[in-house]
Design a binder for this molecule. Sequence first.
Ligand SMILES: [Zn+2]
Length: 484
Amino acid sequence: MSIDHRGATRKANTIHNKSSSKKGYLFLTVILALTIIGAFLVDNKPSQPTRTRINLPLNSSESDALKDQASGSLTNLNRTESTASNQQTTTDNAAGANNISTPSSLSDETNQTVEWQNIEVKNGDNLSLIFGRAGLGPREVHHFVSSNNNAKLLRNIYPGQTLSFLIEDNQLHRLRYNKNKFNMLEFTLAGDSFESETITRLPDIVVKQSHAIIDNNLFLAGQQAGLTQNTIMELANIFSGVLDFALDPRKGDSFTVLYEELYLDGDAIGNGKILAAEYINAGESFQAFRYVDSQGDVGYYNENGVSMRKAFLRAPVDFTRISSNFNPNRLHPVFKTKRPHRGIDYAAAVGTPVFASGAGRVTASGYSKANGNYVFIQHGPSYVTKYLHLSKRHVKKGDRVKQKQIIGKVGATGYVTGPHLHYEFLVNGVHRNPRTILDKLPKAKSLGKNALANFRKQTKQIAMQLQMISGQYANTSKDDSNDG
Ligand SMILES: [Zn+2]
């Protein structure tokens, strides 16, 4: 078989890595290294047997989810996905073997010493210069460019990219333009002209697991368990309909998460999607499973097929931004008396974005001495949310807002001693506890009968896996485990 071929492919990619290793890559590499180390630490626990290796087809409808998660390698990954569907023939090949193993008549029929030559594009380069460095003259350049329309694409090469040449008897037999890790354009000499082929590679996907016990907060626990920042955020997002990560987590809470790690040529290139997760809050278990419905829409559902997404956010501020918790029995910081406090205070730095907790219409956006800058939002006929003490307001009366749209920034305007968001939730004009009211509101969307059957089928394996890991940890931490 084509050993040279494979070797060259690997080499080409390595060079590509190095050549584009500006700050972004360095940063990514550090993150990845930490992720891997962390993952191994976790994997040394009793989790080993549950590690599986699967190749899931990435379809383009999932690009959003991936976009949210895969940090630095974003552009590459998206590109892979968008081209994946129309490159079925070549991707199968690439994804499985991690190497481009297109049939190589050249290396099979001729001696094995013909090797790929990788040439890096430098500043101010053009095709003639690059061909020259590969040992090819102007005639070869002309022959190549004039014999295939796609060769024109090589006018748009960038420093850091590589061109790989397969030359024999001073004649170019094959040229591979490595656009990025995932996309290549390969030209092969056929008779007197060149044929071209687009090659798209998909990353290998390894399902990894992580388990952690919360000591301080979710973020630290996640980091210690080797999760990337994006995966931790994703985890918090998934459960944000049922848990308020600013206020709910307690010491001793734990989570288990099954997520994808993406590899190319054996190198970890980033984290993919979260497939399933469990969070145990004060002994109560919350589970979430990723499900792609028949329309291709992606969502997370609990074990009974009830959507994790609610009409209202648990908290209108990002949990990672909260610096302290609210004490409902405190004295009023300004008036030094116990006054009825009709909302929740989220302490956060000035400038922290404040989200509309649900879709609705802005009924007030103004300033008063007590409230400082404030925004009120009406959600349907029954519900109103209020946001006080803002430093900035980004909406005006009458505006329509979407859930999680930024409506202002945390501030310290009005009667306050420090920057925080005061958040109120009213049902039919009555103040309710924003933390607990959500559980009393109409239930989130549940999957219908058919969808539920599909959901169970799709998540069966991952659910078993989650159950198993979760069980292992439950057994090590306490004697009895519930089997719900
Ligand atoms: Zn308050």
